[in-house]
Design a protein around this ligand. Structure first.
Ligand code: ZN
Length: 144
């Protein structure tokens, strides 16, 4: 299975020597799970900082991806009577409370659920497995 990934570059002062370092914030889907990673390398002292975890990315990483690649929207291909299934997909995919899943679900129905390309492609695959067709709109078109 192809790995879905998107990266945004950034520069930031090195935590060791204070010189400018460059790095990448990355979101990806691997083995049907969402991950985030960040890596920075200092060109002066060679310090490499790496971090990452499964699950939703920290806000600063999401923001850099949204800024460099655009925000995408997810909406239902057609009105769905599968409210319970939709809530389950959101909870399984993103974790969080039932109230959050309901809010996501309302936004999806209104075509207002926004996220990064990787997040929405991750969700789209989950919805399709449940037989719910969803569309991704906006941002920069990416090859499938
Ligand atoms: Zn350094």
């Amino acid at each position: 299975m192809a790995v879905i990934t998107q990266a945004a570059s950034f520069t930031s002062p090195c935590g060791y020597c204070g010189q400018e370092g460059t790095g990448w914030n990355v979101q990806l889907v691997r083995d049907d799970k969402l991950f985030w990673e960040t890596e920075m390398e200092c060109h002066s002292c060679g310090l490499v900082v790496h971090d990452g975890d499964p699950g939703a990315a920290p806000e600063r990483i999401r923001e850099s991806l949204l800024l460099q690649h655009g925000s995408f929207r997810l909406r239902l291909a057609e009105p769905s009577g599968s409210g319970a299934k939709i809530l389950k997909v959101f909870r399984d995919a993103l974790g969080g409370s039932m109230a959050e899943a309901k809010e996501h679900s309302r936004k999806l129905a209104d075509g207002e659920f926004e996220g990064t390309s990787v997040e929405l492609r991750f969700l789209r695959d989950r919805f399709r497995k449940e037989g719910i067709d969803v569309l991704i709109e906006g941002g920069i078109a990416q090859p499938e």
